[in-house]
Design a protein around this ligand. Structure first.
Ligand SMILES: Cc1cc2nc3c(=O)[nH]c(=O)nc-3n(C[C@H](O)[C@H](O)[C@H](O)COP(=O)(O)O)c2cc1C
Ligand code: SF4
Length: 436
């Protein structure tokens, strides 16, 4: 069974093998130009590879949207230490469910992207850090790696080129925090997954204090197309400084939820109406979280915008990891804020006080408020508490909890007020918020 019906509006670059018979197998990959980009990369100077990725305007698909080519250029290629390539496959952000498809349907594409990165920075070992709940994907990745070793696409002297690269999977234990790159590094080293002080950044001192190039699954998966067709061709698919296509995960109150590959800059309202088939049950759109649960919510009136990093940032939110959560007119946004805060309170690693205590207090306050025991002054208190967390935590999980909450209070104050004075939730019998 295919993940979801493709849309005719999709531009399939990295999802082009989804739905092919045995799409995950090496034979299918080779029959559809697989590993040709790596062979091309072998004939290029490492600096040329980095320049091509820079020219593509590819930005990291894990959340922050950092320019990928620039990150690659930070790795000191001539360092005498070993250099590592790490793929972040922790995918835990509520609303985001794209990396799992890339691994399930096209694992070799991601492996090839990692190999090209290895060639660019002179690395000979890589790890794929997969979230613990993705057990079945670890098996798929292990099978793909074994196939690649058997045909000498991995290992020593790959295809007679003299280039060596070993690749391993590493399972997380199901902690959202271990998707944060420095906590991931501690976890991969066998320690408790808590974030590290930055700088130094992983490119300079990462796994085992060695230079480490760490990117998201989707980021690595885009690399073969960039090398095969040239960075300029990839860049031209998107908007200035936002190259290429990306996988958008449409979830919530939409007729055709699913994962769709669309050019960067695709209009959000068109995405909901023309790709997602419109709001479920013909209801009115109330709000959208454009990039996963850590992004500030957009009101329906703010949704006529191009989905690229810069335009969404200008609108006061973030493109994040591509998790587009659609909420209709019957959604209680106090409950949505509460649901999100329950997640962050549960996932806070407890290392620093503003996040550990702040998320727990916010969860309790939002719960009490939603249950009808809130006071008018609590509305400001919830907003102020969130603002006090912002920028004061050790890693960005604190911000990820604070930012959506601030936006819910500021943009939907009337919904908080509608819960005051012991009134029952006005939406209690309406539809539930569905994510992913
Ligand atoms: C709390 C937290 C969780 C994160 N989880 C993920 C994740 O599951 N997958 C991911 O790729 N990046 C995640 N990130 C972002 C990573 O720290 C990092 O920026 C990213 O993997 C870099 O890859 P990219 O440049 O290709 O986006 C998370 C960040 C934070 C603060
Ligand atoms: S912000 Fe939260 S998740 Fe990050 S280190 Fe502090 S307690 Fe841990």
């Amino acid at each position: 069974m295919l993940y979801n019906e493709p849309s005719p509006l999709e531009v399939k670059v990295i999802s082009k093998r989804f739905g092919l018979p045995n799409s995950a197998s090496l034979d299918t990959y080779l029959a559809t130009d697989g590993y040709k980009a790596f062979q091309k990369a072998l004939s290029m100077e490492p600096g040329q590879i980095v320049d091509e990725v820079k020219a593509s305007n590819l930005r990291g698909r894990g959340g922050a949207g950092f320019p990928t080519g620039m990150k690659w250029s930070f790795v000191p290629r001539t360092s005498p230490k070993p250099k590592y390539i790490i793929c972040n496959a922790d995918e835990s952000e509520p609303g985001t469910c794209k990396d799992r498809l890339l691994m399930e349907y096209d694992p070799h594409q991601m492996i090839e992207g990692m190999m090209i990165a290895a060639r660019a920075v002179d690395s000979h070992a890589g790890y794929i850090y997969i979230r613990g709940e993705y057990r079945y994907l670890i098996e798929i990745m292990d099978r793909a790696i074994a196939e690649a070793y058997a045909r000498n696409y991995l290992g020593k002297n790959i295809l007679g080129s003299g280039f060596d690269f070993d690749l391993f999977t590493h399972s997380g234990a199901g902690a959202y925090e271990c998707g944060e790159e420095s906590a991931l590094l501690d976890s991969i080293e066998g320690k408790r997954g808590i974030p590290r002080m930055k700088p130094p950044f992983p490119a300079v001192s990462g796994a085992w204090q060695s230079p480490t190039l760490l990117n998201n699954v989707e980021t690595f998966s885009a690399v073969p197309a960039i090398i095969a067709d040239g960075g300029a061709a990839f860049a031209a698919l998107g908007t200035p400084k936002n190259g290429g296509t990306r996988l958008f995960c449409l979830s919530g109150h939409v007729n055709k939820p699913g994962v769709y590959e669309l050019p960067m800059g695709f209009n959000l309202l068109r995405m909901i109406d023309e790709v997602g088939g419109g709001v479920r049950g013909g209801k009115k759109l109330k709000a959208v979280i454009p990039g996963g649960s850590s992004c500030p919510v957009l009101k329906a009136s703010e949704c006529d915008l191009a989905m690229d990093y810069d335009t969404v940032a200008k609108a006061g939110s973030m493109l994040g990891s591509g998790g587009v959560v659609i909420m209709d007119e019957d959604t209680c946004l106090v409950k949505a804020a509460l649901r999100i805060m329950k997640f962050y309170a549960h996932e806070s690693c407890g290392w620093c006080i503003p996040c550990r205590e702040g998320t727990a207090w916010l969860k309790k306050s939002l719960q009490r408020f939603h249950d009808g025991f809130g006071r008018e002054s609590d509305i400001d208190m919830i907003g102020e508490l969130s603002k006090n967390m912002l920028g004061r935590t050790f890693c960005a999980l604190g911000d990820a909890a604070a930012m959506p909450t601030i936006s819910f209070v500021e943009k939907f104050r009337d919904e908080f007020e509608a819960h005051l004075n012991g009134k029952p939730c006005p939406y209690e019998h309406a539809s539930e918020l569905v994510t992913a």
